[in-house]
Design a protein around this ligand. Structure first.
Ligand SMILES: [Zn+2]
Length: 135
């Protein structure tokens, strides 16, 4: 049939694997580099999440304080959102995001998110962008 294409099921970021939620957001080479970069910024050990549920368990286990857990959960959620955004930019606009651009976007949006949700003790951008302690 003319004009009807079989869907391309390969991962748009690496073209080496079948695209799935877990592959795209956690296991793809780019996602792996991205989460390593986020872990460094958050001052937590590098991790490899098996699933989205596991990712959130890691956010809980990486701090023994509620505040730290909430921050990490917000950062991880924004991270997932930006990986999805980067995927769509690749698929629809053929624009490839670098890991450093992804990380910078997450830093910017997570400070906005956290400052809006937690009125007490807002974070100062200059210290936030370079370092965040999970405690
Ligand atoms: Zn991939």
């Amino acid at each position: 049939m003319r004009g009807i294409h079989l869907a391309d099921v390969s991962c748009p970021m690496c073209r080496h694997h079948t695209e799935s939620v877990n592959h795209l957001l956690l296991h793809c080479h780019m996602a792996d580099l991205f989460w390593t970069s986020i872990a460094q910024w958050c001052n937590i050990p590098s991790f490899k999440a098996r699933s989205i549920e596991h990712l959130y368990l890691i956010s809980k286990a990486s701090s023994n304080k509620n505040e730290g857990q909430r921050k990490l959960k917000a950062i991880f959620t924004i991270g997932l959102w930006f990986l999805w955004k980067a995927r769509n930019d690749m698929v629809f606009n053929n624009i490839q995001w670098s890991v450093s651009r992804l990380t910078e976007e997450v830093k910017i949006w997570s400070v906005i998110w956290i400052n809006n949700r937690h009125k007490k003790g807002s974070h100062i951008w200059n210290s936030w962008k370079t370092y965040i302690s999970p405690s």
